[in-house]
Write a protein that binds this ligand. Structure first.
Ligand code: GLP
Length: 260
């Protein structure tokens, strides 16, 4: 795991965009794993800028969303399919037909989840997965005590997560209780995972992710078992890290040829 402490979310967005740009220059048909929430927005904004100003193209790309609410009507502005369209995919040249999201409105949820797993596999797997982290350590919507081997399935949100996400809705009563999310086992198959976290409210989750035990009570800690994870954080979210100076030293002295 590589931990990079940066000046803020804008710089984190630029560093993540560098990795994504390098991937697409080398492999134009790469598969991106797309996260929602506010953390990835600086990445999407920077990728859109590079598309407009520098010709970065996603015309051969595929994208797979991490998760989706269950029970929101199709086209609801806070459904993650709509959020991804608004915040990223309509700002670049990716083919909308090649952007996939779990079906939170399926009558047969189990079959829809299996179909989603099959679609990721048929695309050749995710090359680079963008992630945020919840204040309770969730990634995707894998809440505490999610199986570390889990696949795409329905989950029940914690009240903490519903409260955290209520800012996107008119009231907490409108936040669904259920979601469909890629499992931790699914996320672990991405070839490169890039996780962004900023702000003091993420400090405890970031510490547990990086320096805590691998334990389902902090689902993100499973990433310690992944061979290629980059964690991009700011000073506020790094506040509880015991080895912060070591991470700063490592980044400052990183060989230029290495990349992320
Ligand atoms: C939601 C999403 C996660 C995201 C988390 C944190 O629960 N399902 O993918 O990481 O929110 O959101 P934010 O980045 O807004 O703090």
């Amino acid at each position: 795991m590589e931990v990079v402490i940066l000046s803020g979310k804008e710089e984190a967005g630029v560093v993540a965009a560098d990795a994504i740009e390098a991937l697409f220059r080398a492999k134009p048909q790469a598969v991106l794993g797309l996260a929602t929430g506010s953390s990835p927005l600086p990445i999407y904004n920077e990728l859109a800028r590079r598309h407009d100003e520098e010709g970065l193209s996603f015309s051969q790309a595929q994208g797979f969303a991490l998760d989706e609410y269950v029970g929101l009507p199709a086209g609801h502005p806070e459904s993650y399919r709509e959020v991804l369209r608004r915040e990223f995919t309509e700002k670049v040249d990716i083919d909308p037909a090649r952007v996939h999201a779990p079906n939170g409105a399926a009558e047969d949820v189990v079959a829809a989840c299996a179909a989603y797993e099959a679609a990721i596999k048929a695309a050749g797997g995710v090359d680079l997965q963008i992630l945020g982290i919840g204040t309770d350590g969730h990634i995707g919507f894998n809440e505490p005590i999610s199986s570390l081997a889990s696949r795409t399935r329905i989950k029940t949100l914690t009240e903490q997560t519903r409260q955290d996400n209520a800012r996107f809705f008119d009231s907490i009563d409108e936040v669904p209780h259920h979601v469909v999310t890629q499992g931790l086992g699914t996320i672990m198959e991405a070839r490169h995972v890039v996780l962004l976290a900023t702000g003091a409210q993420k400090a405890a989750a970031v510490q547990a992710l990086i320096e805590g035990p691998v334990a389902a009570v902090c689902p993100a800690s499973v990433l310690q078992l992944h061979p290629h994870v980059t964690v991009l954080i700011d000073e506020a979210s790094a506040a509880e890290l015991k080895l912060a100076d070591y991470y700063r030293h490592t980044w400052a002295n990183k060989p230029h040829w290495q990349g992320l």
